[in-house]
Design a protein around this ligand. Structure first.
Ligand code: NI
Length: 171
């Protein structure tokens, strides 16, 4: 396992649409292991393969105090409600923004063994699922800002960036 460098804006790879994984082979397993290690080292709650420069549809999610969840070729099949969130991104360090996300989402895809999975996420998990799948489509949370004054710089003392601003939520 290895900690991979996280690509930051304005890297073009962050704006490209990722391709579906067609075969879950050894290189995908290694990518997943590396993404989990990278996410944990960065203390984030989610990471998309595009953020480590790999244009494939793989995301990892990890809520505080929980085991990592891997979803290959994730697809949101249901969204419900709305929540106002304060969100950050490991690829956009130094900033956070106020945006809206679905309050709950149901996502389906494959686990790392190729087995179909389907799960429902609410609150921070719903936010993280939408955020990471956005990454696979070349979309960043800053694209969802209703106006530029909803984007803020983090305090100079806040050096540790967190995906989905877990810090701001106290999570
Ligand atoms: Ni992000």
């Amino acid at each position: 396992m290895a900690v991979l460098p996280i690509r930051r804006l304005p890297k073009p790879t962050l704006r490209k649409k990722a391709k579906k994984v067609s075969s879950i082979d050894g290189s995908i397993q290694r990518l997943i292991d590396d993404m989990i290690e990278t996410l944990q080292q960065a203390s984030g709650v989610g990471l998309a393969a595009t953020q480590v420069g790999v244009p494939l549809r793989v995301i990892v999610l990890q809520m505080p105090e929980e085991e990592p969840i891997v979803i290959i070729n994730p697809q949101i099949v249901r969204r419900a409600g709305e929540q106002a969130v304060t969100e950050g991104c490991l690829s956009v360090p130094g900033y956070f923004g106020e945006i809206k996300r679905s309050a709950s989402v149901t996502v389906k895809g494959l686990d790392r063994h190729g087995k179909p999975i389907r799960m429902k996420g609410t609150d921070l998990m719903a936010e993280a699922i939408e955020h990471e799948i956005d990454h696979l489509n070349g979309v960043l949370y800053i694209d969802h800002l209703e106006s530029p004054d909803k984007l803020h710089k983090t305090e100079a003392s806040t050096t540790r960036e967190t995906e989905s601003a877990a810090d701001e939520k106290g999570g």
